[in-house]
Design a protein around this ligand. Structure first.
Ligand code: AVJ
Ligand code: FE
Length: 438
């Protein structure tokens, strides 16, 4: 990233404005009752996300970075994600839609003024405009959350987008061999990387084979049709308990119709597209599929080595295609499309070893629990990552079609509970290489 202060200022302002455009799109396409309603107990009302975005921005950019007096200090507790579980948020004294829009706009006006005069160096929170980048990422993360709420919402479609491009570049082998040995995991140099991606540190992986694309609906359907949901031997105990208790037979939003399956997608019912990466599966479903296929989920280190390691130089790169920021030809990011692209798409985005679609399309469940890297230091607040470390959450990598490029890198780590299915998650599988492989 540039060190020129004016270029940094422009980058920060552009990231904030892009996030706000998306927030407006997601909150402007439904009527007031739909902004106030809770569409699922797993999600907040959209109007909570909206004002929470503004409140985070007020706390970090207006007060902490700008040193200004609080604008609406009484809102801090209402929009504190830890004080109120999502299911309880409709009952809070929330700002109404018009008030919430007014509040976020008022905060933003002052923040852009602060950005004009801010030193973008001299303290970790300011260096390269980190705090501004963090808040732009925070807004984009909530925009993805709001898009999940849109997917859960019943009723006719309100969002539209062009279809992803057709797959090009010819057929891929099903898997590639990723060589064993050391590589650099995490980062100490990516300016807007969040605390859990840091620091860069050496890791060694054994040689392994990795799918060149995420698992498709057609492949997942073979698992279903083979009785995968009736066979306890494929399932971790808690996963088996979940599918039995809730009678799960297929990914979330799928429904049997005649001999086939249809699914509801942003208010439209369509046949399940065979060549698209499977979406809306839990970690337990991904894990069970992999075991059925005689394979396993990749570890987080394996995923990152496949995505970042350049065998020619031994260096870890920012993205599978190199160090350049994502362009539309590299990956399906940024809600440009409302679905993952078919497997085999984005040949320009492939890694040197020929692994495709690591970035964008679907979040990919990995085998691992969300844990700190050696040398981790919480920054700038414990509640971003540290309070989630332990064993309860599984790591997801690579980002979905709903992730903005500002919040997606080869090092970016997401996490969620292994039972969750509403997130835009799929997976790919791996297997150990035979002894003697490189
Ligand atoms: C990193 C996506 C798990 O949405 O819970 C938003 C991001 N943190 N506000 C989440 C986040 C605080 C977080 N995830
Ligand atoms: Fe948040």
């Amino acid at each position: 990233m540039t060190h020129d202060p004016e270029a940094l200022r422009t980058r920060a302002a552009t990231a904030l404005l892009a996030a706000r455009d998306r927030t407006h799109l997601l909150t402007g396409c439904v009527e007031e009752p739909d902004l106030l309603a809770q569409h699922s107990p797993l999600m907040s009302p959209l109007v909570w996300d909206l004002a929470h975005i503004g409140n985070q921005e007020e706390q970090w950019l207006l007060r902490t970075v700008g040193g200004r007096d609080a604008l609406r200090p009484e809102l801090d507790s209402v929009y504190d994600a830890f004080a109120h579980p999502r299911a309880s948020r409709p009952f809070l004294p929330l700002l109404g839609p018009a008030e919430a829009h007014g509040y976020v706009a008022e905060v933003r006006g002052r923040v852009l003024d602060i950005l004009e005069g801010a030193a973008l160096h001299g303290a970790p929170l300011l260096d390269a405009g980190f705090a501004f980048g963090m808040i732009a990422q925070h807004e984009q993360q909530h925009d993805e959350t709001m898009l999940i709420t849109h997917q859960l919402r019943r009723g006719p479609a309100v969002l539209t987008a062009p279809e992803p491009p057709d797959p090009t570049g010819g057929p891929l082998p099903a898997e590639v061999l990723v060589p064993g040995g050391p590589f650099t995991m995490g980062t100490s140099t990516e300016p807007w990387a969040l605390d859990n991606e840091r620091p860069a540190h050496p890791r060694t992986v054994a040689p392994f084979h990795l799918d060149t694309a995420p698992v498709s609906n057609a492949a997942y359907l073979r698992f279903i049709e083979d009785g995968g949901y009736d066979e306890p031997r494929w399932w971790a105990a808690e996963g088996w308990a979940q599918i039995r208790e809730h009678g799960l037979r297929a990914p979330l939003f799928w429904r049997r119709e005649g001999p086939g399956w249809v699914r509801r997608r942003f208010g439209v019912t369509e046949e399940v597209p065979p060549d698209e990466p499977v979406l809306h599966v839990s970690w337990y479903e991904a894990d069970a599929y992999a075991r059925w296929a005689g394979r396993r989920l990749p570890t987080e280190a394996e995923w990152e080595k496949a995505a970042r390691h350049d065998p020619a130089t031994g260096r870890s790169r920012r993205y599978p295609w190199g160090d350049a920021d994502p362009e539309p030809g590299h990956a399906n990011l940024g809600q440009r499309h409302l679905r993952p692209a078919r497997v085999g798409s984005y040949p320009e985005g492939r890694s040197p070893l020929g692994v495709g679609q690591l970035i964008g399309d679907v979040w990919e469940w990995t085998a691992d629990d969300f844990l700190p890297y050696p040398g981790f230091a919480a920054f700038p607040y414990r509640e971003y990552s540290e309070v989630f470390f332990g064993g309860a959450y599984k790591v997801l990598r690579g980002g979905s079609f709903a992730v903005d490029p500002v919040a997606c890198r080869g090092t970016f780590r997401n996490w969620d509970l292994p039972v969750r299915r509403q997130i835009f998650a799929g997976f790919r599988t791996a297997r150990d290489a035979a002894p003697g492989a490189v």
